[in-house]
Design a protein around this ligand. Structure first.
Ligand code: NAP
Ligand code: MG
Length: 515
């Protein structure tokens, strides 16, 4: 019997004990920057000639790790290892598989500061953002372990006279797990552990910007006693080996989180049946967002401003749930912008190794270029309120940037920027605000600030997003409480951290015997 699920509490870095532990882990991990990492296939380390280097975005010349890079032959080898492991792993009792996740959670709890440190160095997360990410990874392990036990006890059928009907949930087979860099521990762990606990075996291709963090999970699962071949780690370039993995006839499902463009491509390629393939592949794709907070004129304005800022600029706006548009009712428009501006100007930005920096760098050069180009577009589509510039050249630092007077339909109103750029849009009334909010191709997160019960009810009914929050920021979904995933072009409508998620990794077999 397991204790009930509880979200992992965050370490409080204002306490000296936690601060010192994190500081120490940062130094210890920095001592390992010259490490060369292998692939991990069928329980063995595998070296390749081709290398891929991972950098610290706060100090872009600094290498944090060098990785062997998978090509097609390593993908083949990993698929073979996963296929052979599947024959055994699929027969292991759900409860036994769940125990491996619980052990992994325990090890991760012990390694928390170390994993945070890798995230601070490799992904440019501030201390508290890294702590939230690692805690979420622990939550996924704990939650999906319990969920597997629950699923294995579901009856799933009604009685039938003269028969003994049963329904069993079986794993699918060998799956590809392709996570993004922006929640490099949490999302990677969630996707991988859900696939594994349901009895599948996995090829894990981490995002090229954050392989060192992905490697942490490989080590943790090894220490937890996961049998060989169940998890195969194949860092490599998505554009080089992604299509090959996705089209491979032995791949049964693809679990992807990332951009709309790549998600659409995977969905399209996976739909084509390759020679020798005897199933239609399942695609679970979590994609981008253009997330909105509506600020009504009957709201607590200071509270709304604080949480718009947190939603827009936490982790430099690089969350799929980040607030990139705030729609403000006209009577409060100007005073609210002043509140936002005052708060944005106070944000401290710099290398995240220093915990006093609230904002760190964006992930890489391509991302910096893209964000700066959107800032130029913003200057022609609206008025710059604050920010707009690079901070320095050591890392990819961009100021928290706010544009006002962005019109519905403008590119800054429609396109995902994935950086610290917030568009402020004026609305005549609450109904119009909802219409503007809903008018994008995405539907991931949204939030509404109002004290008016009728407006709250209207928003709950009509704001078409997968994750809606009332009088709360639009980021920071908690496993279990806020099953996460969006509508329309934000993905395939799955809900990570929710009670139906594991079903996506299984198929049901109905058996009935005549008595
Ligand atoms: P991305 O560029 O789409 O990359 C995601 C993953 O796909 C990476 O591992 C990438 O590998 C791989 N990839 C690239 N091309 C591929 C191909 N042709 N076939 C198979 N895999 C391929 O996204 P990102 O820049 O890492 O992440 C940011 C995006 O993720 C944003 O759009 C954000 O909104 C979205 N996101 C969504 C959610 C959600 O829950 N809905 C959560 C987090 C992030 P490489 O790194 O080697 O290119
Ligand atoms: Mg990318």
């Amino acid at each position: 019997m397991l204790p009930l699920f509880n979200n992992e509490p965050y370490a409080d870095f204002t306490e000296q004990e936690h601060k010192a532990a994190q500081q120490q882990a940062l130094q210890a991990t920095a001592g390992q920057f010259n490490r060369i990492y292998d692939l991990f296939i069928g329980g063995e380390s595998v070296k390749t000639n081709r290398r891929q280097v991972s950098h610290n975005p706060s100090q872009k010349k600094q290498v944090v790790g060098t990785f062997s890079k998978a090509g097609q032959s390593e993908v083949e080898r990993a698929i073979e290892a996963a296929r052979s492991a599947f024959e055994k792993w699929k027969k292991v009792e759900p409860k036994e598989r769940a125990i491996v996740l619980l052990k992994a959670a325990k090890i991760l709890k012990k390694r928390k500061y170390q994993v945070n440190a890798w995230m601070i160095h490799e992904a440019g997360k501030s201390w508290i953002e890294a702590e939230a990410d690692t805690s979420e990874a622990i939550d996924f392990l704990e939650f999906y372990a319990r969920e597997m036990v629950r699923w294995s006890g579901i009856e799933g059928v009604t009685p039938f006279p003269g028969e003994y009907p049963e329904l069993a949930y079986l794993p699918l087979g060998v799956g590809a797990v392709i996570p993004p860099w922006n929640f490099p521990m949490a999302i990677l762990t969630g996707m991988t552990s859900a696939a594994i606990v349901t009895g599948n075996t996995v090829l894990l291709k981490p995002a090229s910007d954050t392989p060192a963090i992905g490697y942490q999970l490989v080590e943790i699962f090894q220490e937890a006693g996961l049998p060989e071949g169940v998890l195969n780690f194949i860092p490599g370039s998505g554009s080089e080996i992604g299509d090959y993995i996705v089209q491979h006839p032995r791949i049964r499902f693809i679990s992807f989180t990332g951009s709309k463009e790549v998600g659409m491509r995977i969905n399209q390629l996976a739909a084509q049946v390759s020679p020798g393939q005897i199933w239609l592949k399942r695609v679970i794709a979590e994609m981008g967002g253009k997330d909105t907070i509506i600020v009504d004129d009957e709201a607590d304005m200071e509270d709304a401003a604080a949480n718009v800022i947190a939603s827009a600029f936490g982790y430099q706006g690089q969350k799929c749930s980040a607030c990139s548009r705030v729609i403000v009712l006209k009577s409060m428009y100007d005073p609210f912008i002043q509140m936002l501006e005052a708060r944005a100007k106070k944000i401290k930005i710099g290398p995240v190794q220093d915990p006093s920096n609230y904002m760190g760098p964006v992930i890489n050069q391509a991302s910096e270029d893209k964000i700066l180009s959107y800032i130029e577009i913003g200057k022609s589509e609206g008025k710059l309120v604050c920010g707009g510039k690079k901070v320095n050249d050591e890392g990819y630092f961009i100021e928290p940037t706010i544009f006002k007077d962005i019109l519905p339909g403008a590119r800054l109103d429609q396109e995902e920027i994935f950086g610290p750029v917030l568009s402020v849009i004026k609305a005549e009334d609450f109904q119009t605000a909802l219409k503007i909010a809903n008018k994008t191709e995405y539907g991931l997160t949204g939030s509404v600030y109002t004290k008016n019960r009728y407006k709250i009810e209207l928003a709950k009914r009509e704001f078409f997003v997968g994750n809606l929050y009332i009088n709360r920021k639009c980021t920071g979904a908690m496993v279990g409480a806020h099953p996460f995933g969006g509508f329309n072009m934000s993905g395939t409508d799955s809900k990570a951290g929710g009670m139906d998620y594991l079903g996506l990794f299984m198929q049901a077999k109905s058996v009935s015997e005549k008595i």
